[in-house]
Design a protein around this ligand. Structure first.
Ligand SMILES: *[C@@H]1O[C@H](CO)[C@@H](O)[C@H](O)[C@H]1NC(C)=O
Ligand SMILES: *[C@@H]1O[C@H](CO)[C@@H](O)[C@H](O)[C@H]1NC(C)=O
Ligand SMILES: *[C@@H]1O[C@H](CO)[C@@H](O)[C@H](O)[C@H]1NC(C)=O
Length: 433
């Protein structure tokens, strides 16, 4: 105990000294403070594993919590408090959330002289004045620490703080540029340079959130971008840019935008075709149409911060072996240093998969196959989705989410059968050492 106290005093002195540039002390090897308590960050990667500062493996087992819709606010707060939603996830044994946000939120902050808009304005803009004020009233009744003048970012702050209190890791995901339901290939958010997807706004937004997230003890990782996809309604952009070569150019900009502001965070790289494959990165083959290859030296100083993320929605699968083989060749191969074709070894996290929450779907080929694969691989995952409903989705207010773990009013599990029979065992099988 004494040893660890001395160590933590020493570490905080180091942290203090490194924040005064005039001090000519040697910088600590880890450029951010090492935490001697939960979450034991900053995390680093070591081969296929994510390690905390105790050297223990970290395997994400969590749920997606959408906050990138039209309101650009985390969903569900008109039905429940932040605390009760986090408590629900915690009660399952989950250890993380993938909290999504839209770049437009940060664009509006810059467009508004650095000030975020209030939740009153956000609800009114997205839902109209009558429904907006009715929903706001319910949000405030459930979450009395908020007022009409609370800003959107303060709501994100409150979620991050509650996650810290309950020891839930926050993984922050840039889901969209424009705040809206995601995704299709014609929504203007598909690819770098698409209608709403300004690269400059994107890197600015990543930097902003990385910097802002320094005040969130629960924040351990950020993604670059959800579900990159072919911009099918822009033939020129599609032909000239939707490829691995441009992918690489932009992901280097995105990782630098995050790492330059917050050295502690892991950064998740997502693949093409709705983030369903990353094979050339794993196998170290040409990033076409060029001949360049993924090179760890391009991420000097933070090669041990990079994690791969994949999504899978092969819900119609009838053959589990085929599904598992495709997960492997699409990127989970990166977990396997013993495979000579896995030239670049990384941790891989399945940040989206999901299905109808009813009495039987969870027993089908897809759901059981994904669960057995993640358990065997000891790979991290985040299920889509916790939301029982959305403030608004694709123009429909109070939209029912039949894939939601929670019921419409976020009060109970939609499929208690799945939660007990499938989800809790999956959590146990993946996070246990
Ligand atoms: C406002 O809310 C009501 C009740 O939820 C709903 O029926 C109506 O469609 C909403 N208005 C709009 C413009 O969506
Ligand atoms: C919100 O801000 C406005 C303008 O500054 C102020 O008049 C109002 O009293 C504030 N409302 C609350 C609930 O804090
Ligand atoms: C980028 O952000 C600015 C505000 O700083 C905004 O005016 C502009 O529309 C944004 N670009 C895109 C493509 O959304």
């Amino acid at each position: 105990m004494a040893g660890s106290m001395i160590q933590s005093v020493f570490l905080s002195l180091l942290a203090l000294s490194s924040s005064f540039s005039s001090f000519a002390l040697a910088a600590p090897s880890q450029p951010t403070e090492r935490q001697a308590s939960w979450p034991y960050g900053p995390f680093v990667t070591k081969g296929r594993d994510i390690k905390d500062t105790r050297g223990q493996n970290v395997v994400y087992a969590g749920a997606n919590w959408p906050g990138a819709g039209d309101t650009m606010l985390p969903e569900g707060l008109q039905y429940q408090s932040v605390k009760s939603i986090v408590s629900k996830l915690k009660s399952l044994g989950m250890n993380s959330i993938r909290l999504t946000y839209a770049i437009e939120m940060i664009d509006q902050i810059y467009g508004n002289g650095g000030k975020d808009i209030t939740i009153n304005t956000a609800f009114t803009k997205a839902l109209g004045s009558t429904n907006g004020s009715a929903v706001l009233k319910k949000v405030l009744a459930n979450n009395p620490s908020f007022t009409a003048n609370t800003t959107r970012l303060q709501v994100f702050d409150a979620i991050a703080a509650e996650c810290a209190a309950q020891q839930i890791y926050v993984h922050l995901d840039n889901h969209m540029s424009k705040g809206a339901w995601c995704c299709n290939t014609e929504d203007g958010n598909s690819w770098f340079g698409d209608t709403y997807f300004s690269v400059a706004n994107w890197t600015r937004g990543l930097s902003y959130m990385a910097e802002h997230g320094k005040s969130w003890p629960s924040l351990v990782s950020m993604s670059l971008r959800n579900e990159l996809r072919n911009p099918e309604n822009d033939a020129t952009l599609s032909k000239n840019s939707y490829n691995w070569q441009d992918w690489y150019k932009y992901i280097k900009q995105g990782t630098a935008a995050i790492n330059s502001k917050n050295k502690g965070l892991l950064i998740f790289l997502s693949g093409l075709d709705f983030d369903t494959y990353l094979t050339p990165v794993v196998q170290g083959t040409a990033l076409t149409p060029g001949s360049g290859k993924y090179n760890p030296a391009d991420f000097a100083g933070y090669t041990d911060k990079l994690v791969l993320e994949l999504h899978n929605y092969a819900n119609d699968a009838s053959d589990c072996t085929g599904l598992q083989n495709s997960l492997y060749s699409n990127g989970f191969q990166a977990l396997h240093a013993e495979d000579t074709k896995a030239v670049n070894v990384f941790p891989v996290v399945l940040t989206e998969f999901g299905f109808q929450q009813d009495a039987s779907t969870w027993k089908g080929v897809y759901a059981t196959c994904i669960a057995s694969y993640l358990s065997a691989q000891k790979a991290g995952w985040m299920i889509w989705v916790v939301s029982g409903s959305y403030y608004i989705r694709s123009g429909t207010q109070d939209y029912e989410e039949t894939w939601g773990l929670l019921s419409h009013d976020w009060s109970t599990w939609r499929s208690p059968q799945y939660v007990d029979g499938g989800l809790k065992p999956l959590i146990k099988n993946t996070v246990s050492p």
